[in-house]
Design a protein around this ligand. Structure first.
Ligand code: NAD
Length: 502
């Protein structure tokens, strides 16, 4: 895998309103910093109430015509958008990698996963036909799916392309007008995407971008014309957004953070487990809500754990190509603090990423990554289950390993954790796999898979503090979130004695 190339172009990310860039009314911007260099690579508009008003007004203006456009016709710009994303894949992946700190390969893969959601949304024209049934003599009942109006999506930094695409292709196909609030840390990928929606032919106002931070989010939630709020980010913010939106009587679905458990039993296949655990806790430098964070080793697994240590140390020697960076300095401090505290509380750091070396400067690309946010794979062992490293989300390439004697103890630990995004088990026993799938409390379960992301049409969503609200944001389960079902009961018979119940 090659090192990424940070473009020397400085990008200004304005809002995208009514099919064109719109500067912030306050004139305020903040820098977009690449985690590879800690240098500004662009600037992003800081939206306020006035900007939110303008974005919602443009979206509301576009809504009647978009809603009246038949689904098959609404799919046409989405088809073109999919083609444009593929045609611009390199540029999108380089941009996502440069602003989020992930590797080019990871960034490319997230764009492709976003494309899958587009394809699911495109399939709705042939699958989501509603239905009509004769419910009594001369009387039929019909169900139609209708858009909500202007809806908003608020997204985190760690998947600048994919997480926004979990929402807008489906919401747009269903006839809503969508306003995206990207993470202020990674607005550049969405900036490119907005241009592609325009090139694809979405009418002005159908897709909009409102940049900024909390002020922009709250202005969107509070606007009376915003009918639904999809959110992905940390659990405390997810809960705040959920409470604020639902207190106003709005529909909200807010996905939060995670502390994903990987349970390994003695009959697990060694090679598959080592690879699965390593990929899960080091992929995207541990900054994904599906990353393994706690490995629960059941019984004697010492040889397998030794191999995981070895593989993690090797991975740490290839920073920049095998693994990218941490998003920013505060995140570096948080991760380091977790590891330091675990050590102070008596745990042992058997692979130590705190001492990570930056990859060598690339003479071919003329790039120097010495100032990047490098943190290598880290393994904490001998931690007690009550310690923060075993219970809290760290959101970095840190794996805590806890040893237990029985599968029941492993499941009790999993069940006691407040998060419920993903749980995996590595085993060659069907009975064990089935038992874990039955008893684990997370919304997404993996069997011999460390990152059990469901693919369309299966939907993505956790349980407990990893999700506030009902249904999921992608796949079949998302349809009811982004739409209303209208039921039409018609008496076709003109016989006056044929009643609704006849
Ligand atoms: P974050 O919660 O800090 O930010 C998410 C979004 O909310 C951003 O757009 C941000 O601008 C906005 N925001 C931040 N503080 C806010 C506030 N007080 N009020 C209103 N809006 C606010 O999350 P992050 O650091 O960008 O992303 C990492 C987190 O996201 C991790 O906890 C990770 O587990 C979680 N995540 C969850 C999923 C999932 O599907 N469950 C997917 C990706 C990331």
């Amino acid at each position: 895998m090659s090192l990424i190339k940070i473009s020397s172009t400085f990008t200004t990310c304005d809002h995208w309103v009514a099919g064109a860039p719109m500067p912030p009314s306050s004139g305020e911007y903040r820098d977009v910093i690449s985690p590879y260099t800690n240098c500004a690579i662009g600037k992003v508009a800081l939206g306020d109430k006035a900007d939110a008003e303008a974005a919602v007004a443009a979206a509301q203006m576009a809504f009647p015509a978009w809603r009246a456009t038949p689904l098959k016709e609404r799919a046409q710009p989405l088809f073109r958008f999919r083609e444009l994303v593929l045609a611009n894949l390199e540029d999108l992946a380089q941009t996502a990698a440069a602003e989020s700190g992930k590797t080019f390969g990871e960034a490319r893969a997230e764009v492709m996963k976003g494309i899958e959601v587009c394809e699911f949304a495109l399939s709705l024209q042939n699958s989501d036909s509603g239905g009509i049934t004769d419910v009594s003599r001369g009387v039929s009942c019909e169900v139609r799916r209708e858009p909500l109006g202007v809806v908003a999506g608020i997204v985190p930094f760690n998947f600048p392309a994919m997480v926004p695409m979990w929402m807008y292709p489906i919401a747009l196909a269903l006839g809503n007008c969508f306003i995206l609030k990207p993470s202020e840390k990674v607005p550049m990928t969405s900036h490119l995407m907005a241009r592609l929606t325009h090139e694809a032919g979405f009418p002005p106002g159908v897709f909009s971008l409102l940049n900024g931070t909390r002020e922009a989010v709250e202005a969107l939630i509070d606007h009376e014309l915003v009918k639904a709020v999809g959110f992905v980010g940390s659990s405390p913010v997810a809960l705040d957004v959920y409470r604020r939106a639902t207190a106003l009587g709005k529909r909200a679905l807010c996905l939060g953070g995670a502390k994903n458990h990987i349970i390994v039993v003695p009959d697990a296949d060694e090679a598959i487990t080592v690879r699965g655990v390593l990929d899960s806790f080091t992929g995207c430098a541990g900054q994904r809500c599906m990353a393994a964070s706690l490995m629960v080793a059941v019984g004697d697994l010492e040889p397998l754990i030794a191999k995981i240590r070895e593989a993690a140390a090797l991975h740490g020697a290839a920073l920049g190509s095998a693994m990218g960076t941490i998003i920013d300095k505060p995140a570096m401090d948080r991760i380091r603090r977790h590891v330091d505290d675990a050590e102070k509380s008596g745990a042992t750091i058997t692979v130590d990423g705190r001492l990570a070396q930056a990859p060598p400067a690339s003479t071919t690309l003329n790039q120097d990554f010495a100032e990047g946010n490098w943190f290598g794979p880290t393994i904490i062992e001998g931690a007690a289950p009550h310690m923060a490293c075993a219970r809290e989300e760290i959101f970095g390439p840190v794996l805590t390993i806890v040893r237990v004697k029985t599968l029941a103890e492993a499941l009790a630990l999993e069940g006691a954790n407040p998060f419920g995004n993903a749980t995996s088990v590595f085993t060659t026993s069907g009975a064990v796999a089935r038992h874990v799938a039955d008893c684990a409390t997370s919304g997404m379960i993996g069997v011999n898979i460390g990152v059990p992301v469901p693919r369309e049409p299966f939907s993505f969503g956790g349980t407990k503090v990893s999700k506030y609200g009902h249904s999921d944001l992608t796949g079949d389960s998302s349809l009811d979130f982004w739409s209303n079902l209208k039921k039409i009961t018609t008496k076709w018979s003109l016989q006056s004695d044929a009643s609704w119940m006849s």
